[in-house]
Design a protein around this ligand. Structure first.
Ligand code: FHN
Length: 482
């Protein structure tokens, strides 16, 4: 009798133990089963693993160039200065497309020198530059045969884009093309499709856009990336098929090319991430003038992403009165670069060249500051990734293989920097960027203090941590201490 009772208890116990794993198995299966069938959703799950994508990722630091007709008025129209983004001045000052495009008669950037721009980027340490081939205004920096609104029809005449591609490539800097789908100069562009005529016109517009994109890919085959913008209108979201088609078309034309998530909309008009929550395009591009929270938003480390930022609050194109807003100090820009890399992302810093083709002095100084720092400390940025270590108040961790870097922005009064390592990871040694050993003390299990000399200057610097990962081997003695 007792044996029977024990048998029943054993069977019930087994069922109870098995239940959570059955439930878990179902939990894992269910989302996949519930996924909506999409024709124009994500093409891939997880990060792209090919060499071109690795190169994009390893570069980590890029520059953005916003240059177009908007640089000429520089935020001022008919004597009034508008504090909104200079490249949107046409909208703020309610200027008609025809009137706006007469600015082409003044496009004569006599100080433009592509080689100088490329040298400046090289000195800044950027590995790629994103150039506005065409911003929302519709003016093209290349002599497109599909519109009259191009550099070719200005007093300057020169193919700005072609000169830049050549000059940057000569400095071993990749060129990425910014391209605004929304085009204020084109009569067939529609923000919404209310009538049959709208749909017909918009279809013509999509063909025009395809032609321009094919033209760019053919004329400048060394392009490494297309970065789409101006894709938020209902007309585009309703044509998710077209966004998927563009990505495929460019990938067939330019082997290895990378494409940002902003281009894409799925069958239901869902952007960046499809209706099943999967990233579309090769990398997420929604972090504009903001960054993921370093503790709460760690989900971003699951995919590739790139953030872009302005130096003033929100000016991409040249604005005469830049300092009407909060303008970041070079060290603040640097901190944002490191912040992005510490979370497995890239950062693109924006420049808005003047109408004469030169850069404002503040931007030149910024480029020099970042360049000096990168020259010395770039090993903690290029090719680095999310380290997976607990964030500390002094700054950010980055990682390359078995080297973990501490990029320190806040030096505590005590000169002691707290470090917590993941379980099973020990710090063997700490060195500064010049390979000089720095004192490191173990204060508790998986807790250390890096003790800096009193003479340490209070400016951003890097400490390299040499680690050993005990996770593979069992460490009985240390386990016994718990
Ligand atoms: O409207 C544009 C803006 O002018 C600028 O080009 C930025 C860059 O990310 N993109 C748009 C706003 O999202």
């Amino acid at each position: 009798m007792l044996r029977m009772k024990n048998l029943w208890l054993w069977i019930i116990g087994c069922c109870l133990l098995a239940a959570p794993s059955v439930l878990n198995a179902q939990k894992k299966m269910l989302p996949a089963e519930q996924e909506i069938r999409l024709q124009y959703g994500a093409d891939r799950l997880g990060k792209r693993k090919d060499a071109a994508m690795k190169q994009f990722r390893d570069h980590r630091l890029g520059a953005f160039i916003h240059w177009g007709l908007y640089a000429i008025p520089g935020g001022e129209w008919n004597g009034k200065v508008y504090s909104g983004a200079a490249e949107w001045l046409k909208v703020w000052a309610k200027v008609s497309a025809d009137e706006w495009l007469t600015l082409m008669d003044q496009w004569n950037p006599t100080r433009f020198d592509a080689k100088k721009w490329a040298r400046m980027a090289k000195e800044m340490g950027v590995k790629y530059v994103k150039i506005t081939t065409k911003h929302h205004e519709g003016f093209c920096l290349w002599p497109s045969q599909y519109t009259e609104y191009t550099v070719a029809n200005t007093p300057f005449k020169r193919d700005i884009l072609g000169e830049l591609v050549k000059a940057y490539n000569a400095e071993n800097i990749d060129v990425h093309f910014y391209f605004s789908v929304m085009d204020w100069s084109h009569p067939d562009y529609r923000s919404s499709l209310k009538t049959k005529e709208d749909s017909i016109a918009f279809r013509r517009f999509l063909t025009f856009t395809d032609n321009q994109l094919k033209e760019l890919a053919t004329r400048y085959p060394t392009v490494k990336d297309f970065w789409f913008d101006g894709t938020w209108d209902a007309s585009i979201k309703q044509n998710g098929w077209w966004t998927a088609h563009v990505e495929q078309m460019l990938k067939e034309m330019v082997p290895g090319v990378t494409i940002n998530s902003r281009l894409r909309a799925d069958d239901y008009g869902k952007r960046h991430f499809d209706s099943n929550g999967h990233l579309m395009g090769d990398y997420e591009s929604g972090y504009e003038r903001r960054l993921p929270h370093p503790v709460k938003d760690l989900k971003v480390t699951q995919w590739d992403w790139e953030a872009c930022m302005t130096v003033p609050e929100n000016q991409w194109g040249y604005h005469k009165e830049w300092s009407l807003s909060y303008v970041k100090q070079p060290v603040e820009v640097l901190e944002r670069i490191v912040h992005a890399v510490s979370m497995g992302g890239n950062m693109v810093v924006n420049f808005g060249p003047q109408p004469d083709g030169d850069f404002r002095s503040e931007e030149k100084e910024l480029a020099q500051y970042i360049g000096r720092w990168m020259k010395k400390n770039g090993e903690a940025i290029y090719g680095c990734d999310y380290a997976g270590w607990e964030k500390q108040d002094w700054g950010y961790f980055t990682r390359k293989g078995d080297e973990v870097y501490m990029v320190v922005f806040q030096l505590p009064y005590s000169n002691r920097l707290q470090v917590k390592t993941p379980q099973g990871v020990n710090i063997i040694k700490a060195t500064n960027i010049e390979q000089k050993e720095v004192k490191v003390q173990e204060t508790a299990r998986n807790e250390y203090q890096v003790v800096l000399p009193a003479s340490t200057p209070n400016e951003p610097f890097v400490i390299r941590l040499h680690i050993e990962n005990k996770n593979q081997t069992s460490d009985k003695y240390r386990d016994a201490l718990t």
